[in-house]
Design a binder for this molecule. Structure first.
Ligand SMILES: *Cc1c(COP(=O)(O)O)cnc(C)c1O
Length: 400
């Protein structure tokens, strides 16, 4: 079978809920992937930041393979000998007292919403079923019906109502709007520190700090969705750290498994997460021994290989050199660590064709929101590889 045969198979038998680049990958190692024709590419998407540790990291692969010889799944009906170790690693690394493990990011967001609502009723005393959660326009928190209920992207939402009530949407980056939106029934404010899916949108400096302060003053929980920005991606363990913010709830996923298996978690302290009692919430696969060893190994790699520091340093290097590219198409380059967006002018005709040219040059990146190319390579990348990629990126961005 060649590339076109694989594409035809997918197109014929699979739902068309993605429009992937026409590259069919069959191998991945570190920052490199290889397609079925044997062509090698630098991965500059990292599966939307699930691959911060790189493809098939040997340490995580070994942990997973060993665990597969012993025990994969117990369900939470029984205890297992790996989950407690994973919990403790999460606490030691993040400073939160507790965590609740799930699988996908969307499930962890749903979990955080449930926890915040319960806190709203049990602790804050909001009248039953009146709890409100404030979110920002342009958000991306996942794909479930509840989550799309507060999306502002018509494509994510329009066809799928009726929607879940209890959410208020305010403009991202506007503290006055947030202040005005908080009321007696507000249980939580949930934000992405940087809106990755919305085109790597960075709020004004002081916004997260201000939002967290407003939450504190009004007895409202501050929830950070760090599924994409967390675990080193932006040059700190969590992007919230840039403003000295410690959210009441932090949601992580994606790189929590280094891309080997879906692992997500909600992090909080006992007064919040301790409110959940048996049978109120659960997941068959969440917290399995397999997920626990994969998660623990993925966290160890982040620590041992100093991925946040690497991302900080190399992200700055990458951004500085991208900024030197003299292209009539570039409107703005922005980012933190190795989460970088290159926004093109509308006249450039969309980012897609640039991503296709990058593919020809051996670099895989994906457009986000029509006019933005996101560059988010695995955090294990080195300067030499960036030096290899930069002239190619420059060439593509300069093309007519
Ligand atoms: C990817 C992502 C999610 C959803 O994660 P899934 O694992 O795809 O469900 C939620 N929030 C943010 C910020 C994300 O980037």
């Amino acid at each position: 079978m060649n590339t076109q045969d694989y594409i035809n198979l997918e197109e014929q038998y699979g739902a068309h809920n993605y429009k992937p680049l026409d590259v069919v990958l069959s191998k991945g190692k570190g920052v490199w992937v290889e397609d079925v024709e044997g062509k090698r590419y630098l991965d500059c998407l990292s599966a939307y930041s699930a691959l911060n540790q790189g493809h098939c990291h040997p340490k995580i692969v070994q942990a997973m393979t060993e665990q597969l010889q012993n025990l994969s799944l117990t369900s939470r009906a029984f205890r297992n000998d790996k989950l407690g170790i994973f919990y403790k690693k999460l606490s030691d690394m993040t400073g939160y007292e507790m965590s609740l493990p799930m699988n996908s990011g969307a499930e962890a967001v749903e979990t955080a919403i449930k926890v915040a609502r319960k806190w709203g009723y049990a602790v804050k005393g909001i009248p039953k079923y009146e709890a409100e959660i404030i979110v920002a326009a342009g958000n991306f928190h996942g794909r479930t019906v509840t989550i799309i209920s507060f999306s502002t992207e018509p494509l994510y939402k329009e066809a799928f109502g009726p929607f879940t009530p209890g959410f208020k949407v305010i403009p991202f980056g506007d503290l006055e709007a947030l202040k005005a939106a908080i009321g007696p029934n507000t249980a939580a404010v949930m934000l992405e520190p940087i809106q990755g899916e919305n085109g790597v949108i960075i709020p004004p400096e002081g916004y997260l700090r201000g939002a967290a302060d407003l939450c504190k003053q009004n007895n409202v929980l501050f929830i950070a969705d760090e599924i994409q920005t967390g675990l080193g991606r932006t040059g700190k363990l969590f992007a919230s750290e840039y403003e000295g913010v410690r959210p009441d709830i932090t949601i992580i996923g994606k790189a929590l498994s280094g891309g080997l298996y879906p692992v997500s978690a909600v992090l909080a302290d006992k007064p919040v997460l301790g409110l959940i009692v048996p049978s109120e919430h659960g997941s068959t696969f969440g917290g399995s021994p397999l997920a626990a060893v994969v998660g623990t190994a993925a966290l160890e790699v982040i620590e041992e290989e100093k991925l946040p520091e690497r991302s900080f340093k190399l992200g700055k290097y990458f951004m500085d050199h991208l900024s030197e590219i003299n292209s009539p198409h570039i409107k703005e380059i922005r980012g933190k660590g190795l989460l970088i967006g290159v926004e093109l002018k509308p006249e450039a005709g969309g980012a897609r064709r640039f991503c296709e040219s990058l593919q020809d040059e051996g670099i895989l990146a994906k457009e986000t929101h029509t006019h933005v190319i996101r560059f988010a390579p695995p955090l294990i990348i080195d300067q030499e590889t960036l030096d290899w990629a930069l002239p190619k990126i420059a060439g593509v961005l300069r093309q007519a």
